[in-house]
Design a protein around this ligand. Structure first.
Ligand code: MF3
Ligand code: CO
Ligand code: CO
Length: 267
């Protein structure tokens, strides 16, 4: 399979799925506090997606080759967990940082987005990591326009993150998305400008940098899914699904509760 170009009704389908994914995060936000368990967040999200949105939580039983089926409806990655954390019965503690990653399927289309949350009062270091990772995602998004290349996105994110003294996870990347959860292309969050695939209107992919406060090396936990930093340093991630338009980009995973873009994003 090569990179699909979405048109007309297909883009409308993606807009709807992506908005719903973002609205799940809006819905969860008031529940993310010290004392809540990630299993409670999973159940809340599952019921909202299925009963209110009449959509499907894409992670549940998702089984890419080499993986066992994912057992929950959302991913919750806490502190030194980088991604694919599996909800469980431990309660969040004051100061925990948490990525919640939501993917819904609506009318056959996938929408994929994640945000960082802080339970209670975060440390200065935790807040800085979350804020800079959000900016790193938007620095990548701002590169998106026809004629630009995937390497431009990766390079912009890597340069920004490393200049801040952080490191970029290499083993996981953004991805094309549509009727399938993970499509071509791979969207690396590091790289060289002017390299890799040229962007064309109608491409839809995610940008989802994983940024570590310490070293970039990862470790895979024996549960087969959870990925953590090898040095146990904090890790943050934000994710949007983005459409390449005729003259730039449209962020599809926006909703009433989305944090505003950083000030350096015009308009
Ligand atoms: N939502 C993740 C991504 O951004 C993928 C999670 S796969 C799962 O690509 F099975 F863990 F849900
Ligand atoms: Co994704
Ligand atoms: Co995701």
């Amino acid at each position: 399979m090569s990179i699909t170009i979405k048109t007309g009704d297909e883009i409308d389908g993606m807009r709807q799925a992506c908005r719903l994914a973002s609205e799940v995060l809006d819905y969860l936000t008031p529940y993310v506090r010290p004392g809540v368990t990630t299993n409670e967040l999973d159940r809340l999200a599952h019921d909202y997606i299925v009963n209110v949105q009449q959509a499907i939580p894409a992670p549940l039983n998702y089984a890419p080759s080499g993986y066992k089926p994912y057992p929950k409806s959302i991913c919750t990655s806490i502190n030194h967990q980088i991604c694919h954390g599996i909800p469980n019965d431990r309660a969040l503690k004051n100061g925990d940082i948490l990525n919640i990653d939501i993917t819904v399927i609506k009318e056959g289309w996938h929408g994929d987005t994640s945000r960082m949350f802080i339970a209670g009062d975060g440390s200065i270091a935790a807040k800085r990591l979350c804020a800079l990772t959000y900016e790193a995602m938007w620095i990548g998004i701002a590169k998106v326009k026809p004629g630009a290349r995937l390497g431009d996105i990766g390079h912009a994110i890597q340069t920004f993150a490393e200049n801040a003294g952080f490191s970029v996870v290499r083993e996981f990347c953004g991805h094309g998305i549509g009727r399938r959860f993970h499509e071509e292309p791979q969207v690396l969050h590091y790289g060289r400008p002017g390299t890799l695939e040229e962007l064309r209107p109608g491409m839809i992919f995610t940008i989802e940098p994983m940024i570590n406060a310490g070293r970039r090396e990862i470790k895979q936990l024996p549960d087969g899914w959870t990925v953590v930093t090898k040095d146990h340093s904090l890790s943050a991630q934000w994710e949007h699904t983005v459409l390449v338009t005729d003259d730039g980009y449209e962020v599809l995973t926006l909703s009433a509760g989305s944090p505003p873009p950083p000030a350096f994003i015009a308009g």
